[in-house]
Ligand binder design. Sequence first.
Ligand code: PA5
Length: 469
Amino acid sequence: MEKPQVKFYYKNVTEEVLGKEHGITKEQFKELEKKTTPLIHQLNTERKAGKVKYRDLPYQTDTVAQVKKIVAQIKGCENFVVLGIGGSALGNIALQTALNPYMYNLDEKQRKGSPRLFVLDNVDPVQMKSFFDWLGDKLDKTIINVISKSGRTAETASQFMTVCELIENKLGKDKLKDHVVATTDLKAGTLRKITDQFGFRNLEVPDGVGGRFSVLSAVGLLSAAVCGIDIDELLAGAADMDKKVSITDFYKNPAAVNAAINWHYYNRGKKISVMMPYSYSLKDLSDWYRQLWAESLGKTKDISGNDIFVGPTPVKALGATDQHSQVQLYREGPNDKLFTFLSVEQFSDDVIIGKSPDIAPELAVLSGHKMSKLINAEKTGTEYAFIASKRPSLTVAFDNVCAYTIGQFIYLFEATTSIAGMLFNINTYDQPAVELGKDATLALMGSKDYAQLAEKIKPFKEMDSNFII
Ligand code: PA5
């Protein structure tokens, strides 16, 4: 049977649809083809040389076996808690929202024997207190998956220490290792050190794969598999997309065309990139994409070290919700955005809209229709309205939302990011600007390793009363 697909549709950025000022002309497409084609070759070569490690994640049979082994060992747990942030959390959340039911955590029937999933990617004290209070008497049926390549990330480390103390106090120190699975660097780092000392079950954050490219590694796979998601299908979908994004014919390679269109518009003043899924299940993929795009492409220097201060600003929106919040701006505000709609052809479930009251015959038009028809009409309606306002849009159309198509989508956008980075001539895989904030936090918390930095921060610690109103 033919597998469901995600399709990339780009007619609504062409001159034919938008006119010359905002549409891409045939000549401009030829230029984009000329510029991008050698980069596809370059990426394929670098990948073969083992320099683009995330590209090999669809084929990691050992990791999949290890993940499944742990899933079997922890079967019967009722709560699975992921401690992680950024690339160690956003993919996990996106997979869960995409591939498990909306009421998963609340409805035992919908969970089908899998545990509730919580991904704690913040250190809000009120949120944490509420969560830990709830978890307190359920710790014996809880597994903690701490995910951190370094182990020194303040948010994850502080959550982890807190949970460990809770487990120790409640269940005893000797029980700790039954309740923790660590996902971390194979050899180095603070969490590796702790893991080895305590003998935690563990999985590897693969070397050379940055957090934001790691969702298809053990980082994202464990929580997905624990919650019943078919990780073989997820990786098979990614492998399918791997073939497509390796094609050297520009027009047949969705990552190349996607990256080229984004780069083209960025250079013409459309520096904001809005991802707008018309499906609740795809909503957190746009959050995942936001990190991928922002951390990968927002850079001060080009690869030769020249200042360029480049980077499209990714924005997440949700259809139809944000039609009633953002679309006024999107249509009548500055024409500085490129929109990427995500749409679903065949929803996995549906609802028939109820009957209209006799007193309101004007609502009869909705009555009796499938809700899937309504949300897709909203998407097409908005797309049309954008065209009327000369706003360019792309669509990633899912045949349906399943592990296979989600795998395709993730891999498509990772490869798009790689090619976009090459077009912008930057290092896509580092994030030097994130580090200062992390170090400053540790400095402010009193770390001796960052004493000098703490001195520099001192003038900014308190609010200057001259500027308080
Ligand atoms: O993409 C990234 O590299 C970051 O978002 C990291 O994933 C995040 O900062 C967490 O780092 P660590 O895994 O070391 O705790």
